[in-house]
Design a protein around this ligand. Structure first.
Ligand code: ADP
Length: 388
């Protein structure tokens, strides 16, 4: 009796705190029972430790995802969310676990999507908390009534989509105006007898409109070819002959109405794609001539130092109000639409300039004073300068 009682007391004591670091020892038949109990307890603990480790790995994988992930139980109660979802949706898992997510994110379109049953498409919503962000929320049902919610930040793609839509609308608008004029004159000429002089006037206006359309299409093709081209070459471009060509083009466009000056320190060349640089610099020079009244001066300058190089075009023209300067390189942005049309502008010149310069890691610096003149400078980094 005493023997059994002693062993029973040991088992009783151990069962309160079943430690597995010190072996549970019994006597006689008790030792076998204790041994099995002890092993069972030890196995159980090992299994739990392994499960904990596996759960920890799964949670770490959930945290490592670049998208937000929220696991929902019945009634949209939050079971888990990763830190990305916390920052996207303004959740705090420590306090929000067990709360319905629709109490935390109350945007009507989100609530309607979650409470509906059609999850075949994601919901795109503009965040109310951070209204510069756009999220795509996709709910994926799993394990009966559980739901996994995947939240992607699609701000960038949304912005690009919007830009593409605006661009198509702008191109259509730009081409529609000259087309309407052309069609109008054609109809008039077909329907009404007009005298020779009148006819010549109409034909001249039709030729102007078709030239305008040609310029727009040409600039669009230049933009698209720059966009789809591989990165520009690193070959040296001879700046002496490039400056000479730019000067001749400026003189041709000015037709003697301006003084064209070229200042060059003449030491170095640029590394890059010659056609792209010609197109960028040519646009700056053409703008300077077109937006400078007769009698003005257009100065082309080229300076290179070991720190970098600068090609600049300065004019004594109409200048630009400061509020327009940040938007000048947007496609089809013009300060004065009528004036741009009168001088044969397409509104795409500076967009081409900016794009070509970006591809050469160069910055466009614009300084201007209305009524005094403007200075457009392309600043190139040292690795684009050759021959110093
Ligand atoms: P555009 O074909 O209309 O000239 P750009 O993209 O080349 O289009 O230029 C955008 C606008 O910037 C022009 O419409 C004009 O209002 C302004 N601009 C560009 N260059 C000059 C300049 N040198 N002087 C004054 N305004 C300029």
């Amino acid at each position: 009796m005493i023997f059994h009682f002693r062993n029973f007391a040991r088992l009783d004591r151990w069962s309160y705190r079943p430690v597995v670091d010190a072996s549970l020892e019994g006597e006689g038949a008790w030792d076998g029972i204790f041994g099995r109990l002890y092993r069972h307890e030890k196995d159980l603990r090992e299994q739990i430790a392994q499960r904990d480790q596996e759960i920890g790995m799964l949670l770490a994988a959930g945290q490592a995802l670049t998208d937000g992930v929220v696991l929902l139980a019945q009634n949209t109660q939050i079971l888990f969310c990763n830190t990305m979802a916390e920052s996207q949706l303004g959740l705090v898992i420590r306090t929000d676990r067990g709360q319905p997510v629709v109490n935390m994110v109350r945007q009507p379109e989100f609530v309607a999507y979650l409470e509906g049953s059609d999850y075949s498409r994601p919901l795109t919503m503009r965040s109310e908390r951070r209204d510069d962000r756009v999220f795509s929320v996709h709910v994926i049902p799993y394990a009966g009534d559980r739901r996994l919610m995947q939240v992607k930040d699609v701000t960038q793609t949304d912005r690009l989509d919007q830009m593409r839509r605006d661009f198509v609308a702008n191109v259509s608008h730009e081409l529609r105006t000259p087309l309407t004029v052309l069609a109008g004159f054609l109809e008039t000429l077909q329907e009404i007898e007009v005298d020779h002089d009148e006819q010549q006037r109409y034909l001249q206006m039709m030729a102007d409109q078709s030239r305008r359309m040609q310029s727009i299409v040409q600039d669009l093709l230049t933009l698209s070819s720059i966009e789809s081209a591989p990165p520009p070459d690193n070959e040296p471009v001879d700046m002496v002959s490039l400056l000479d060509k730019l000067r001749r083009d400026a003189e041709g466009l000015s037709a003697g109405r301006h003084t064209i000056v070229v200042e060059s320190d003449g030491h170095a060349d640029l590394r890059g794609s010659e056609p792209e640089l010609v197109s960028a610099f040519g646009n700056l020079v053409a703008n300077a001539v077109r937006y400078t009244p007769t009698g003005g001066t257009v100065t082309l300058s080229w300076r290179a130092t070991p720190q970098g190089a600068e090609f600049a075009v300065q004019d004594t023209g109409i200048g630009i109000d400061a509020k327009h300067i940040p938007r000048l390189t947007e496609r089809f942005y013009r300060v004065d639409r009528g004036r741009s049309r009168d001088v044969g502008g397409t509104g795409l010149g500076l967009a081409i300039v900016k794009h070509s310069l970006n591809r050469h890691q160069a910055q466009l610096d614009i300084k201007s004073t209305p009524g005094v003149g403007s200075r457009f400078a392309a600043k190139f980094p040292a690795n684009r300068v050759a021959g110093l």
